[in-house]
Design a protein around this ligand. Structure first.
Ligand code: URA
Length: 439
């Protein structure tokens, strides 16, 4: 078999067999297929797409390119959750304890921040002492004992995805629906859970900017998961506005605690209840309406918050910070951002809000940069709110006053203020299952 022929076949709109896909993924990982040939293949996929069979085969090959986590030492049904990434997306820290409080096991591997989006591992590490690297025995023991644990991604999972993602990043081939589906689902399959709930974000702060593209991505991922024998559901949720009011690591942990106490903002709470309800529904805890009620109950009776506190304690974090979030270290400087016009906020460029938070120190500029856990943005106004010129729209938190100027420029540019109120958008657009799309 020759890689040259496979590139030509895809370029001309053909489809590759499972054997051909095995040849190209294996060859790329072991170095016999060079970057330039893989780049040409990825670009051919970008233009020609892939059939469902090809996408499934490529996902399975990518998943099996490294270790496949074996979670059989954890009793019960294991449920995973994945978000395609957004701004202010602290849902993992909320839905994992909710699902665990409802009797489902969650052994979750999460990532660090990527570009303008934050990552759960960074957020959890803002809790003093919290360890996101555990050996397998401790990870499994914690899940068996308290029902949940969240750690960083094991270095041995999906080496093919690591190599391909880095190549896509520099060859303008990230934005391909089948390639994103392969990348995400290979990691989910390798992570070993029985059921998978996907949160596919849509809008200006997401990879997918339109609902149609988000649904197309969700359908591909649900089909891959289902074909691989995992119960898989996807929700399409809004990321055309930051989720909740806090952007930045410890700020987001504090907001997650508020949601777990039943005192969180409406958008974030609604999305989390729906995600957690889908997680326990897949695990067989009842119909969707009953699952929503169970999730609301574990918020109301404090058991979801207790599960979060238990996880923090088990992973070396300071539980006193969960009991009293005022104990989290604060940024040295706080700055109030004021509206430049009077009117309704009709749009927030959410990616730009994420970049402004990174400029304050909440994200990394390079892989090696350190992050300031206390830095970020507290929104005081969001899309749909009426503001008068000079009114405070956000608070910036940073270690150095010098960071405020550039971050404010980005943030002000992100806001559109006009005289008429915008149309209200739903928090959740659709639910995609193996049976189809519910809007
Ligand atoms: N997240 C991933 O893990 N992979 C992609 O390709 C895009 C988003």
């Amino acid at each position: 078999m020759r890689m040259l022929d496979l590139i030509a076949k895809k370029r001309d709109g053909g489809s590759l067999s499972a054997e051909e896909i095995h040849f190209l993924v294996k060859g790329y990982v072991d170095g016999t297929i060079p970057d330039y040939q893989m780049s040409a293949f990825l670009m051919a996929v970008y233009f020609q797409g892939m059939t469902e069979e090809e996408t499934v085969a490529m996902t399975l090959e990518t998943a099996h390119s490294g270790e496949m986590a074996d979670l059989s030492a954890i009793e019960g049904i294991k449920v995973d959750k994945h978000s395609t990434g957004g701004v202010g997306d602290k849902t993992t820290m909320i839905v994992v304890p909710m699902a665990a409080a409802c009797g489902v096991k969650v052994a979750k591997m999460s990532g660090r921040g990527l570009g303008h989006t934050g990552g759960t591992v960074d957020k959890l590490e803002s809790i003093p002492g919290f360890r996101t690297t555990l050996d397998q025995k401790e990870f499994f023991d914690i899940v068996n004992r308290i029902g949940l644990s969240v750690i960083g991604q094991s270095g041995n999972l999906t080496p093919a995805d690591k190599k391909m993602y880095a190549l896509r990043d520099v060859t303008a081939t990230v934005e391909s629906i089948p390639l994103i589906a392969v990348s995400i689902m290979s990691k989910k399959l390798a992570a070993g859970s029985d059921c998978i709930v996907l949160d596919v974000k849509t809008g200006s702060g997401a990879f997918m900017k339109t609902v149609e593209d988000s649904i197309a991505l969700a359908r591909e991922m649900v089909s891959i998961g289902t074909n691989a024998g995992r119960k898989t559901v996807a929700l399409i949720t809004d990321m055309d506005i930051p989720l909740g009011f806090e952007i930045g690591n410890s700020l987001e942990v504090k907001e997650a605690i508020r949601v777990l106490k039943g005192e969180g903002p409406e958008d974030l709470t609604a999305v989390c209840v729906e995600l957690a309800a889908n997680m326990i529904h897949l695990a067989g805890k009842g119909g969707m309406e009953s699952c929503r009620e169970q999730v609301k109950q574990v918020i109301a009776d404090g058991t979801a918050l207790k599960r979060f506190r238990d996880m923090v304690e088990a992973q070396g974090g300071d539980p006193a910070c969960i009991d009293d979030p005022e104990r989290f270290p604060k940024a040295a400087f706080c700055y109030e951002v004021r509206a430049q016009h009077t009117g309704y906020i009709t749009h927030m460029d959410t990616e730009a809000c994420g970049i402004a938070s990174c400029l304050l120190g909440a994200g990394r500029e390079t892989k090696e940069s350190s992050i300031d856990y206390a830095a970020g943005i507290t929104l005081k106004k969001k899309t749909g709110d009426y503001v008068t010129k000079g009114e405070v729209v956000a608070e910036f938190h940073a270690e150095k006053e010098a960071f405020f100027k550039e971050a404010e420029l980005r943030f002000q540019e992100a806001l559109t203020i006009a005289s008429n109120p915008p149309e209200k958008k739903p928090f959740i657009y659709a639910r995609v299952t193996a049976d189809g799309v519910e809007k």
